[in-house]
Design a protein around this ligand. Structure first.
Ligand code: SF4
Length: 415
């Protein structure tokens, strides 16, 4: 539309605030910022404030009452009202702006949301109430967006959904994530394809086989278990027991022998005893995940847990449990990453982080690169061969051995 992005919201014509409300603290930050925006923009009717994202649920009456100066309330992925209002205010033509909203200069590793909302209703989670029931985007639309991203230099695409494995069950004709992986996989120029986040009950054999059989689909699976104790899992209404979860892990490893597993875990959920917490540690020791995203349980108004359960684990206890998980994971990751020293990998260069050249292998490991004299510094988007020279729990050090001229079509060997 001709707008330019600027950093200073105090002088912007259009401010779009994208919100996350998965935690109460995130929602409090967003409401505080909307309040400050209102003061900054007071008396200037030419300027426009739009608030979008998960804060904007199906009912907006209360938000409109609290923040009457917000011009547009847009639900997640609803760009159209923002574009329309901005166009009207500034006399701009919307033609060609509504579809295919992809960044002009995307990162070489980019994300595409494929299914919004969730039907699972875990007791601690606000997502189904705010983002609504599962709503899959059409395969054609997703493939088109992926093609546009690849045409702009993207090599590694992650397909996103709160429950990505349930993609397509609401479409006519019904399709599934494996069908979509096959379609996106065909895009020339795309090198790597991933998906996030899976639910253990919806991770089907067909999806696992697609990961195994499609060369560009990376062997990376995020499978949250959230708790290792069956009573806690039942209180969370996750819909599986720890035994069933471990069976799914077994099946995943059997189908994809070189799989890189990551997970999500909540510590200190309502009523979780030390013994029950110990069962979560047992799962961490048994599976040895590559990475664990650990959250301390926090009260979230509007959830089933907020109405029916007590947030009765002290803050200090939650913190201590999180530290215990992190210490255990550090040990596991340090041990497993140390075994990788001396191995060679294919790395997709992503750019610089704190001044250091870095990229990722198919297993999504963060790898820093040093470049020997005479080889030339690779650019973001180039695929290179490296030898691992050092390790820490969170990343690997490597030395560049070769810049690969072209992408291999066959499956890259085990990493
Ligand atoms: S599956 Fe995930 S997004 Fe859906 S309700 Fe449970 S925690 Fe929330």
């Amino acid at each position: 539309m001709g707008f330019e992005s600027i950093d200073d919201m105090a002088i912007a014509d259009v401010v779009v605030l994208n919100t996350c409300v998965v935690r109460q603290s995130a929602e409090d930050t967003a409401t505080g910022l909307i309040g400050r925006l209102g003061k900054k923009m007071k008396g200037n009717s030419d300027r426009m404030i739009a608030v979008m994202g998960c804060m904007v649920g199906p009912q907006q009456t209360e938000l409109k009452r609290r923040f009457p100066y917000v011009d547009v309330w847009a639900r997640p992925q609803e760009y159209e009202p923002i574009l329309k209002t901005a166009g009207l205010r500034h006399g701009l033509d919307l033609e060609g702006c509504i579809n295919g909203v992809v960044p002009q200069f995307p990162n070489v590793a980019s994300f595409i949301p494929i299914v919004h909302g969730c039907d699972k209703f875990c007791t601690f989670c606000i997502i189904p109430y705010r983002r609504g029931r599962e709503n899959s985007r059409s395969t054609i639309e997703i493939v088109h967006e992926a093609e546009m991203l690849v045409a702009r230099g993207v090599k590694d695409i992650t397909l996103l959904g709160q429950n990505v494995d349930s993609y397509g069950h609401d479409l006519q004709p019904r399709v599934d994530l494996a069908d979509l992986l096959e379609e996106v996989h065909e895009i020339d120029g795309l090198e790597r394809l991933r998906f996030l986040t899976s639910h253990p009950n919806d991770m089907s054999v067909r999806i696992l086989e697609a990961v195994r059989d499609l060369p560009k689909v990376c062997e990376t699976i995020n499978l949250p278990f959230q708790a290792g104790d069956d009573t806690v899992l039942a209180n969370m209404r996750r819909g599986y027991t720890s035994g069933q979860y471990l069976d799914k892990i077994e099946l995943t490893k059997k189908t994809i022998p070189d799989v890189h597993l990551t997970t999500d875990l909540i510590v200190g959920f309502s009523g979780e005893t030390e013994t029950q917490f110990g069962h979560s540690l047992d799962i961490l020791r048994a599976v040895e995940f590559e990475k664990v995203h650990t959250s301390e349980y926090s009260y979230r108004e509007g959830t089933f847990a907020s109405r029916k359960m007590n947030d009765d684990i002290e803050r200090a206890v939650k913190k201590a449990r999180k530290t215990t998980v992190e210490e255990l994971q550090n040990e596991i990751q340090a041990k497993n990453n140390a075994k990788l020293v001396g191995q060679t990998y294919t790395v997709l260069v992503e750019g610089r982080k704190r001044g250091r050249l870095h990229g990722r292998n198919r297993g999504d490991k963060l790898i820093y690169l040093s470049v020997p004299d005479g080889l030339g510094v690779p650019k973001a988007g180039e695929t290179v061969s490296v030898e691992i020279t050092g390790s820490s729990p969170w990343s690997l050090e490597s030395e560049l051995s070769q810049v690969q001229s072209r992408v291999k079509k066959e499956k890259v060997p085990v990493e």
